[in-house]
Design a protein around this ligand. Structure first.
Ligand SMILES: Cc1cc2nc3c(=O)[nH]c(=O)nc-3n(C[C@H](O)[C@H](O)[C@H](O)COP(=O)(O)O)c2cc1C
Length: 167
């Protein structure tokens, strides 16, 4: 797929083929794409936690109010921030840019993903479930698996949101 097509056909996938295992090598390639994202002062304050344990995925599903598909996806990538490395409070932006690279690469490879945000006030809860060290925050959880749904891609370009020079 051309980049233009990858970008325009990626959709959040919430239905997955149960029991399908995303090969570890593919997960690494997908995470590698995340590591090519830009980051403030090139700090690269991201950390990635691959979750394939069904018990853990089930716990995430039960704790997170909007990730009912975590277990069926078979894998999640927790996108995390190393708070000791971020520049001037820009770490969440860095991790988010890495996250989009991850979702685009996964889509290009034929996988479905859905970004599941973790509200800042709930970081502690997910940090605890995933036993991350104190300097790490779980910013989001990206489900990844073999897609069982296809979604259309209606045009999204909106001229009203584009401003030129001064607003
Ligand atoms: C910060 C953020 C948090 C999100 N959290 C959730 C979530 O908890 N559960 C979910 O099913 N989708 C979540 N999404 C996915 C959005 O619902 C989805 O991207 C949006 O509806 C647009 O659809 P599309 O991704 O198919 O283009 C989240 C997306 C973002 C960017």
């Amino acid at each position: 797929m051309e980049l233009n097509e990858v970008i325009k056909t990626r959709r959040s996938i919430r239905q997955y083929e149960e029991g399908f295992v995303v090969p570890f090598e593919d997960l690494k390639k997908i995470i590698e794409a995340g590591m090519y994202a830009p980051s403030a002062m090139r700090r690269m304050p991201w950390e990635f936690l691959i979750i394939t344990d069904q018990v853990l995925l089930n716990e995430i599903e039960k704790t997170h109010n909007y990730a009912s598909f975590a277990t069926s996806a078979g894998a999640m990538i927790a996108v995390c921030l190393d708070k000791t490395k971020e520049h001037a409070g820009m770490g969440v932006i860095d991790v988010s840019l890495a996250s989009q690279n991850i979702m685009l690469m996964a889509h290009e490879m034929g996988y479905g993903t859905c970004y599941c945000g973790v509200y800042p006030e709930r970081h502690e809860e997910f940090n605890k479930i995933l036993q991350v060290p104190p300097h790490i925050d779980v910013i989001g959880l990206i489900s990844i698996g073999k897609p069982l749904e296809t979604k259309g891609c209606p045009p999204r370009y909106d001229e009203n949101k584009v401003h030129i020079n001064k607003w």
